[in-house]
Design a protein around this ligand. Structure first.
Ligand code: XIL
Length: 460
């Protein structure tokens, strides 16, 4: 999918939409005055300050955040203390951690083979710096969002050097400012039918399977403080296809660990559907298996697709709320899941409602309601379901009297799962496949061959 129609939305348009920012006590002084103005809107649900998603997450030692489009953020208004932009205020009040939805992808940063354009990415970092938000970097290596020139320029002789130079330049530019980098995105694709499960991406075809090792090693050198994440979609369900893919991701992570590659977390994107099969015990076992490898799991891009939900907004909100409750109930009960981001914050900005999101349009033409705020920037029942799920989460750290903009809390990321019996990766009913364990002896797919990390040895 290309950079989308969302970018045609202006901040002015968002400014015309309503948001209710009650309970602003925990906001910094300059944003408190904006929140008080916004209270004129007669809020039904108070969402600011102590009522915000980030405050409820912090109380459990969790980090909550959202993906943003930096072009829509009123960076200038914030700097002059005058913003009334409601999208900006929502991001400000609700999130502790931000990710740029598109601005740090190759296609955004690389107008030509020999030039970088950091204007949007820098704008995003400026906003995060102004507001004390932490930042996820997304992403350094992906088969999508490659610039148009890439296929003409990249070849087997230069691809390794290109990937390395890109990572050194981008991760180096923001060194010390990034909470976590999605170093490699979506590298596994069972449909490509390789023994190791790897996707036949341009990077694989040009560099070979160790492009992953290269990407992680170079990122660690370029930004030693950032947590390094492998990010994947389509591994949440217990369907045969997703079960196989999840097993292949586990295999990949074991391979990286076995080779001493720095990796700290697996990102489970969590683009869920309101209808059809839902995540279940297979994913929980996966999260626990990842914990035994000493890694965290981040929920990196959660939203719930309501394309097929019959009825109006209420029916959509009921279905979506249930998915949030059930999914987060399972995932946030795991002590190695300290980070949760939504892919956007409102229906107005969701990629599922973008004009180019073909296949995602609802039959009745109404917008999808995948996120805690709707297309009018109003909180929905999903906001309440999400906030209740945060409240019910296993505390990742002792609830601390932290200010709203908390300093990094390494303890919040600490996996505490004790060593346990080997967890089997379920074998679904799929055509026979070569046994992948033979590729990576002595780290078979099934079982827990790698000892649990010592408390001090855990990397996050
Ligand atoms: C999506 C953006 O939301 C869209 O605006 C863009 O057109 C395509 O990419 N998994 C990812 C994200 O890792 O980068 C994708 O973001 C959504 C799926």
């Amino acid at each position: 999918m290309t950079q989308n129609g969302k970018q045609q939305l202006t901040r002015r348009r968002f400014g015309q939409m309503a948001v209710s920012l009650g309970g602003s006590a925990a906001l910094p002084g300059w944003s408190r005055s904006f929140a008080l103005q916004a209270q004129d809107v007669a809020p039904k649900v108070l969402v600011g300050g102590a009522n915000s998603l980030r405050a409820h997450a912090e109380a459990r030692g969790l980090l909550y955040g959202v993906a943003v489009d930096p072009a829509l953020l009123d960076v200038e208004g914030l700097a002059s203390g005058e913003t009334k932009d409601r999208y900006t205020l929502l991001v400000l009040t609700q999130a502790d951690i931000l990710v740029a939805e598109n601005a740090m992808k190759w296609a955004s940063l690389r107008p030509t083979a020999d030039k970088f354009d950091f204007s949007l990415a820098d704008r995003f970092m400026t906003f995060a710096g102004q507001t004390g938000k932490r930042v996820r970097g997304h992403n350094l290596c992906w088969h999508e969002a490659l610039p148009p020139w890439f296929k003409d320029v990249a070849n087997k002789d230069n691809a390794r050097q290109m990937l390395e130079a890109h990572i050194r330049t981008v991760a180096g530019r923001y060194r010390g400012q990034i909470h976590s980098w999605d170093v490699v995105n979506e590298a596994v694709n069972p449909a490509d039918d390789r023994l190791d499960g790897l996707r036949k991406s341009p990077w694989l075809e040009l560099i070979g399977p160790d492009y992953l090792e290269l990407a992680f090693k170079v990122t660690a050198e370029a930004d030693p403080q950032a947590k390094l994440v492998y990010n994947e979609f389509g591994i949440e369900l217990d369907t045969p296809e997703q079960t196989v893919k999840r097993g292949q991701v586990l295999l990949l992570v074991r391979r990286l660990k076995a080779r001493g590659i720095p990796i700290h977390a697996v990102g489970v994107q969590s683009h869920l559907q309101a209808d059809g099969p839902q995540p279940g015990p297979g994913l929980v076992k996966f999260v626990q298996e990842i914990a035994r490898l000493g890694l965290a799991v981040y929920i990196t891009e959660m939203d719930v697709n309501t394309r097929n939900v019959p009825g109006g907004p209420d029916e959509q909100d009921t279905a979506v709320s249930k998915v949030y409750t059930d999914y987060l109930g399972q995932m946030l009960a795991q002590p190695n899941v300290p980070v949760l981001l939504n892919w956007g914050i409102t229906g107005a900005t969701s990629w599922l409602n973008a004009t180019n999101a073909t296949g995602n349009q609802r039959k009745d033409g109404s917008p999808q309601r995948p996120l805690p705020f709707d297309d009018k920037l109003k909180p929905t029942p999903v906001f309440l379901a999400l906030r209740a799920a945060l409240d019910a989460a296993q505390p990742a750290a002792a609830p601390a009297a932290v200010p709203a903009s908390v300093a990094p809390n390494p303890a919040a990321d600490q996996p505490t799962l004790p060593p346990g019996p080997p967890l089997a990766v379920p074998t679904p009913n799929v055509p026979p496949q070569p046994t992948p364990q033979r590729l990576y002896e002595p780290f078979p797919v099934q079982g827990s061959p790698i000892p649990p990390p010592s408390p001090s040895g855990a990397a996050y």
